[in-house]
Every structure is written in C-alpha cells, then in structure tokens.
Design a protein around this ligand. Structure first.
Ligand code: PGA
Length: 264
C-alpha cells in the first residue's frame, strides 16, 4: 500500500450515512459562506452528484439571497449552447439559476460554442482573476478521478482550455443525451491550476461507483494519473461523502458525530 507523503495536506473528511445527508451538509456550508459574504464568488459543478445540493438551495431560495453572488461553472461541452438539454448551461438554469434571485450577468459558464475556443478559454480565466478569484469551489469526482473535465494526465498547473474527453467519461455522460445523439468528444474546462486557486474547495462524492476514485484521490500517490489527488496540494479542502463512496477509506482519525464521521 502506498503511504501518503508527509508534505501533502490531508483534506478534512466528512462521511455521512446517506447521499442526502452529505448533500444537506454541503448546502448548509454554502449557505453559511453566502451569509458571511453576500458577494461571494462560487465555483459550481454539474453532473448527477450536486443535483440534490441545488434542490436544497432552491428550497431555501431567498434566504440566503443569490443577488450579489457571482458564479463560475467548471466546464461545458464544445458545440452545445444553453438550449441543448445536455449542456451544462441548460442544467444550471434548470436546476438552480431559474429558481433563485441570481443576477444572470453574474453567472458564467465556459462558451462551448465560441468560434475561437482558445480565446474563449483565456477570456474565462481572465474574468475569474479580474473579478477577484473564486472563494468556494464545489467539485464532483469522475470515476477516473477527474475534476471538472481534467482527465487523467492533466497537469496540476493546467488552466482553462479545450480538452478531449476519455471514452469512459463520454460513456458515463451518454445517458444525458437524447437517444441516438453522439455526445461531444471535447469540452472546455477550468484547469486543475484554476481549481487550486480557489480559496476553499468542497468535493462531494456519493455512491459506490466513486469509492475507488476517492480512495485514489485521498490515499494513493499525488500524481497525474488521479487528477483529484492534486487537491492534496491545497490547504482548505473538505470532502463530503456518503458511506458507499467512503467504503475504501481509512477511518483512523475520524470519530462518529451523530450524523456521520468527521475528523476527531
Ligand atoms: P457525476 O459526475 O456526478 O455525474 O458522477 C461527477 C464528475 O464527473 O465530476
């Protein structure tokens, strides 16, 4: 078994009995941060995992208010715009933005339909820094350990750019596309370096399909094979997961707190 090098940080780990409890805890943390800083900049993730977090935020719509919040999404498919039901722009409108008082001018998603994708990626990166950087980045994790669409092999200092998706990612996301429609093979994604610039990072992982990736991220080597392992280079990461996703993790330093396990 590979032991963790001492110079990497151990993310705070919070294990909950169910995905619902883990998602509620993430929504609670988001709410807390929004109350503390009403003009907070939040990095948002898409996919199946954060759906429940957004549902919970919509249930609380109005308190806290999204009026002054700025949002940057992690990624978008190349070629899809907000009218395509599998686009991440559509997902965000459908699950969150259409139901809260967010200012659409303060919501940002990489432009997968840009004619010059390289320029669009650079502009996205520039907008993140010009507006003061991301305070809190929400992440899921792919079965192959990807964060955003940073597939294995992505450099830990990578920035927003066009990437090729792996066959396993394309297959995992295929059910989001209408029958017979081929999912895009490329996407625009924030880089791992962009993600690591966030002042605080929250990773949510639920379900047995994420157990191996979470184990590799937290207890395997910090390397390019597991993009999420780069999170151990950051000092303010909290991992929220359910029992199923935590199945392979060591629990030596954790104690049971009633609704789950947390660092003692
Ligand atoms: P999922 O995707 O939540 O749909 O499993 C997670 C991810 O790819 O980051």
């Amino acid at each position: 078994m590979t032991s963790m090098p001492r110079d990497f940080a151990r993310p705070t780990l919070r294990i909950f009995k169910t995905a619902e409890m883990a998602s509620t805890a993430v929504a609670d943390l988001l709410e807390q941060r929004m109350v503390a800083k009403p003009d907070i900049t939040i990095g948002l993730a898409t996919g199946a995992t954060p759906r429940l977090v957004y549902t919970k935020m919509v249930e609380r719509a109005g308190a806290p208010s999204w009026r002054s919040v700025r949002c940057f999404n992690l990624d978008e498919y190349v070629g899809l715009d907000a009218s395509h039901p599998a686009s991440f722009a559509y997902y965000m409108n459908d699950l969150l933005f259409d139901h809260v008082d967010v200012d659409p001018r303060r919501t940002h998603i990489p432009d997968g339909t840009a004619l010059d994708l390289e320029a669009a990626a650079k502009a996205y990166e520039a907008l993140i820094s010009e507006t003061g950087g991301i305070d809190l980045q929400l992440l899921g994790i792919g079965r192959n350990g990807h964060i955003g669409f940073n597939e294995p092999g992505s450099e830990h200092d990578s920035r927003t750019r066009q990437v090729e998706l792996t066959p396993s990612t394309i297959a995992a996301n295929a059910p989001d596309f209408p029958e017979g429609e081929e999912p895009p093979a490329t996407a625009l994604t924030m880089g791992i370096g962009t993600i690591l610039d966030a002042r605080e990072i929250v990773l949510l992982a639920t379900g047995p399909a994420k157990a191996e990736a979470l184990y590799a991220a937290l207890e395997g080597p910090v390397d390019l094979d597991c993009p999420a392992s780069a999170l151990r280079k950051h000092s303010a990461v909290t991992v929220f997961c359910d029992e199923a996703a935590a199945a392979r993790l060591k629990r030596d330093n954790l104690s049971f707190t009633g609704d789950g396990y947390a660092a003692a």
